[in-house]
Design a protein around this ligand. Structure first.
Ligand code: SF4
Length: 179
């Protein structure tokens, strides 16, 4: 089985709604996205090793990402009543995170150099040690695509994946990159 087919199977088995090939030449790490992180609307800026500024300078991350030759985009799409249905939104997010970590573990076994970029900040520990102590699980922690400066809707569009499915659907997107 070709590498992409193996990866696609692992991702589909983990329960993602959509899986598509990611052309790494479409990965652009933007200062503007990092500026949005710095606005701290999510409250995680400067509060988690996987988020800016703890996850590294954008120039450093650009060099890291440039190593990867191919990748996949994965997405979980679930039903919500509307954009105010927080319970529904949290359920879709939980489902996505479960699939994401399950697939990441299996993919790491086959592709140890893989880079996984998720949705939202790292939630492996109840409380992040940032900044007073080192990260407890530096090999396992996962940064979000946004913390790497990636404009997710643009990346989806460039790789033939939808991003918005209407007001009664919620979508979470992540990616895995391979050398
Ligand atoms: S693994 Fe724990 S300490 Fe490390 S970034 Fe994630 S939450 Fe923070």
């Amino acid at each position: 089985m070709e590498a992409f087919e193996q990866v696609e199977k692992i991702a589909k088995d983990a329960g993602f709604t959509y899986v598509s090939r990611l052309d790494t030449s479409t990965l652009v790490l933007l200062d503007e996205v990092r500026d949005m992180c710095a606005a701290n609307t999510c409250g995680k800026y400067g509060a988690n090793w996987a988020c800016p500024p703890g996850c590294g300078e954008l120039e450093e991350l650009r060099k890291q990402v440039a190593r990867y030759q191919w990748g996949i985009l994965v997405q979980t799409v679930g039903d919500v009543e509307d954009s105010m249905d927080f319970e529904g939104i949290v359920e879709v997010e939980k489902h996505h995170k479960k699939s994401f970590y399950e697939a990441a573990e299996k993919l790491k076994e086959k592709f140890p150099d893989m880079l996984a970029l998720g949705a939202g900040c790292c939630t492996l520990c109840k409380e992040c040690t940032y900044p007073s102590q080192p990260c407890r699980f530096p090999q396992k922690r996962v940064s979000s695509m946004e913390s790497y400066g990636i404009l997710v809707n643009d990346l989806c569009r460039k790789n033939g994946m939808s991003y918005y499915y209407g007001s009664e659907k919620m979508a979470y997107t992540s990616c895995y990159l391979f050398v």
